[in-house]
Design a binder for this molecule. Sequence first.
Ligand SMILES: NC(=O)CCC(=O)C(=O)O
Length: 265
Amino acid sequence: MSQQLRLALLQMDIAFGEPDVNRARAADLIAEAAANGADLVVLPEMWNTGYSLDNIQEIADHDGQETIALMSELAQAYNLNIHAGSVASLVDGKVYNSTYVFNRAGEIVGRYSKIHLFRLMDEEKYLEAGNEIGLFELEGVQVGTMICYDLRFPELTRTMSLNGAQIVFLPAEWPHPRLNHWRHLQLARAIENQMFVVSTNRVGTAGETAFFGHSMVVDPWGEVLVEGEETEQILYATVDLSVVPEIRSRIPIFEDRRPDLYTKR
Ligand SMILES: NC(=O)CCC(=O)C(=O)O
């Protein structure tokens, strides 16, 4: 597999509670990214509905079926990989905040449902938490995914890097005033795990809440390869995966860990 991947971060605005509008917009952005040579596109969190939680049971995608059909078709049509951010997905009467990832053949290669629900946006009142970590293979590379608030839990990315992940994806709806947290936590996760962190955060507003974008690609040295502004845009960056084994051999943190001492007393 090629050691280089051209990423496209689809930093979109989201129409509140309007899945059809959002699906059409996502499809347009994917077409544009494909025309610009993307190998892999990444959508933001809950891009089908936004946090329209009062009616989320009615508007959620049934077992992700509409998302899966659309993204599978687009992945094949444009011959690219799609990390479909996350969508509200209704399974057995419960709504999950779920990710689906597609390879170039349109096959699902990864699934994940957000495991840490964010109380400041009432997720725990309306959504069900997932119970599995999101680790999978894409283009021959071991990768992980988390969703938004998951970023605050360093154990999660550590578990992914210990399991060989070289890139971790982070679809988000992360609002003001926590831009500092958003930036610094991503830099920290990338540096401490010697992996790429690839985030797509939405822009626009929902009621009083303003989402700031600043989607990013951070390399394992903590260098920001690209960072968005606060408007709708597609951000492009090419990652060279050979950087991961190189830094892991130059600064051998995984060999120097002392897990025998890392327990609560
Ligand atoms: N949608 C989310 O999980 C938001 C997380 C967030 O804003 C944070 O500060 O954490």
